[in-house]
Design a protein around this ligand. Structure first.
Ligand SMILES: [Zn+2]
Length: 341
């Protein structure tokens, strides 16, 4: 680590993110990022510049409605919108739901064809509403009638359900129960595409994830949430992850989960793409440059236990080194095939 390089959360090791590493594949038309949260166009411009440097040409965004029209106008054809509510102040009130329904109609006019439901335990608790709640069902039925397809965030990192994790008390259900709890949404949209964010929230449970992919033929998952996904790969057999992705190579789309905001700079955005590139395209073994307080805790996803002897705090990055034809599908072809626009 060079003395001149300040330690920032997105760059513990002084990586020069401007020096984009050579790609294992050149994707005609560019890479599609299926999962981002852009916003204010001035801030989004920095993100777009970093994304372009890493070969990302087309972007799906959970941009708030307030900025969506301006983003669409400034970058014609680059962004596809995913309908989201006003996340702040979410509550099980008539006023909030009415506003959400209005946003669904407005997003539809802007070309959105996916509606996002956030079904993380923490979100469900904060909102006082889960999939089966009549107000969520009202929004879901309205969206389904309009013609929307489904996007979900179900669950959260497995380690959070064990040890001293925020969900270890079981109040919001176990890790394994999370997908079951979302079934009232999943089944309602049974005739549509279902995009499961963050590898369906289950990269730590490849068997369970495989069962769901078999059971629901329109279920597609994205690779987004850099820290979580990097950790989930490093905490288990990289070969098992590789076999899984090769096995389901037609059902996985690339996504970053980058969030645009005034506290982030070009390097922050680039860091996620840099790490994803190392993760999917190389057999790199070492440390991730992104700070991650959940990493190196000695967590074993299979048993759900923490091994103190293995808790060295190291933020491991283990590359999966996917074959070229699989990368082509993840980076573009699957998004073209599955994501409604
Ligand atoms: Zn996200």
């Amino acid at each position: 680590m060079s003395a001149e390089v300040p330690v920032v959360p997105h760059n513990r090791m002084g990586v020069d993110y401007r020096a984009v590493p050579a790609r294992k594949v050149i994707v005609p038309g560019g890479i599609i990022d299926a999962h981002t949260h852009t916003g204010d166009p001035a801030q989004t411009a920095t993100f777009v510049d970093a994304a372009s440097a890493y070969g990302i040409s087309e972007i799906w965004t959970m941009c708030g409605l307030e900025h969506a029209a301006a983003v669409k106008e400034r970058w014609p054809g680059k962004f596809h919108f995913i309908a989201v509510p006003a996340w702040k102040n979410a509550a099980a009130t008539e006023e909030y739901i009415t506003d959400w329904l209005r946003r669904l109609d407005a997003f539809w006019e802007l070309g959105a064809r996916l509606i996002k439901f956030h079904q993380a335990p923490g979100t469900k608790k904060r909102w006082g509403m889960a999939a089966a709640h009549p107000m969520i069902q009202r929004v879901a039925k309205h969206a389904h009638a309009l013609g929307y397809h489904l996007m979900t965030h179900i669950g959260d990192p497995k380690a959070w359900f064990y040890g001293k994790g925020p969900y270890a008390d079981g109040v919001m259900g176990t890790f394994a129960e999370q997908f079951e709890l979302a079934l009232p949404l999943v089944e309602l949209f049974g005739d549509r595409v279902h995009l499961g964010a963050h590898m369906g929230g289950s990269l730590e449970d490849l068997d369970g994830l495989a069962r769901r992919l078999e059971k629901f033929p329109n279920y597609v998952i994205d690779t987004s949430a850099t820290k979580w996904i990097v950790r989930a790969v490093a905490e288990q057999s990289v070969e098992a992850v590789r076999d899984f992705i090769v096995g389901y190579q037609d059902r996985i789309v690339f996504g970053s989960d980058l969030v645009v905001g005034d506290k982030y700079d070009w390097d922050h955005y680039a860091s996620r793409y840099w790490v994803h590139q190392k993760l999917w395209e190389t057999d790199f073994r070492g440390e991730s440059p992104i700070t991650d307080p959940d990493a190196g805790k000695g967590f074993d996803p299979k048993s759900g236990t923490f091994d103190a002897a293995k808790a060295d705090g190291t933020v491991r990055l283990a590359g999966v080194d996917l074959p070229v034809e699989v990368l082509m599908k993840l980076y573009r072809l699957n998004a073209e095939k599955w994501l409604p626009r």
